[in-house]
Ligand binder design. Structure first.
Ligand SMILES: NC(=O)c1ccc[n+]([C@@H]2O[C@H](COP(=O)([O-])OP(=O)(O)OC[C@H]3O[C@@H](n4cnc5c(N)ncnc54)[C@H](O)[C@@H]3O)[C@@H](O)[C@H]2O)c1
Length: 253
């Protein structure tokens, strides 16, 4: 099986790449961070793992097209696309101007559309293929960064469109919605607010935020034949964060 994972130079994306490698897949990585992407691919190659890297900022459709062609060529086909690249800017509406809004929508929604479109012809050459989009619990509830939340909610609509339009041609599309996962995406916040992860843990009913591997397991399941009849779904991977207000319940106990 051949898989392309965007944003897999680090964080959740690398955990997804690792998971597919363990399952015997060949993995192509598309990421804007060239140094991290090349270092990761070289480390994998030195361990004999079939990983290929192509640099592209997913907000640049021309670069995406070229990188997609390179990866599909190196992999010798493609059965699964995971749109994982994403980033955040702007904490509140007050802080969000037109530029911030467009930036978040470009990185977190338009990029996934461009990559999906670039590899779609290749995916459709298979009898069965899958797209898994990495959205966020921010798509479901207001927990800051409004432009990012809107983009991640848009990603769910994009997922459902792919799911319905291409199902008859063997393509399924699903989304995972992670809660807080400790990755480098949190480094800046931790630097400004060293206790932030401990505070985050308290918001989770199980008392802890998630790990990149938790998201990778859900992605691998949705991409697999085990999920053959699951199409257009949005799977929260959040330890129960969006299931209710457990801190509120504790207050009236
Ligand atoms: N970490 C969390 O708490 C969390 C929670 C919910 C959803 N997510 C989502 O999971 C995904 C991965 O997040 P992470 O925590 O691993 O972040 P991360 O910052 O550790 O990794 C993100 C990767 O995406 C790449 N990337 C960012 N913008 C890009 C662009 N324009 N073009 C190409 N590559 C780009 C980065 O270079 C990096 O390698 C993102 O889509 C994020 O929104 C993360």
């Amino acid at each position: 099986m051949a898989v392309v994972v965007t944003g897999a130079s680090k964080g959740i994306g690398s955990a997804i790449a690792e998971r597919f490698l363990r399952e015997g897949a060949r993995v192509g990585i598309m990421d804007a961070d060239v140094a991290a992407g090349q270092a990761y691919a070289q480390a994998c190659a030195s361990e004999g793992k079939p990983v290929f890297f192509a640099a592209a900022d997913i907000t640049d459709p021309g670069a995406v097209k070229a990188a997609a062609a390179d990866l599909v060529g190196a992999l010798g086909g493609l059965q699964v696309l995971v749109n994982c690249a994403g980033a955040v800017r702007g904490e509140s509406l007050e802080e969000t101007n037109d530029e911030t809004w467009r930036w978040n929508v470009d990185v977190n929604l338009n990029g996934a559309f461009s990559v999906s479109r670039a590899v779609l012809p290749q995916l459709l050459t298979n009898k069965r293929s899958a797209i898994v989009n990495v959205s966020s619990v921010n798509a479901l509830m207001t927990i800051g960064v409004p432009a990012y939340s809107a983009a991640k909610a848009g990603m769910l609509a994009l997922t459902r469109s792919f799911a319905t339009e291409y199902a008859s041609r063997g393509l399924r599309a699903n989304a995972v919605l992670p809660g807080t996962i400790r990755t480098s995406a949190w480094d800046d916040r931790i630097e400004k607010n060293p206790g932030v992860m401990e505070k985050m843990n308290a918001w989770y009913p199980g008392g802890a935020v998630g790990r990149p591997e938790d998201v990778a397991a859900a992605v691998a399941f949705l991409a697999s034949e085990e999920a053959a009849f699951i199409n257009g779904s949005s799977l929260v991977v959040d330890g129960g964060l969006t299931s209710g207000h457990h801190r509120m319940i504790q207050d009236f106990l």
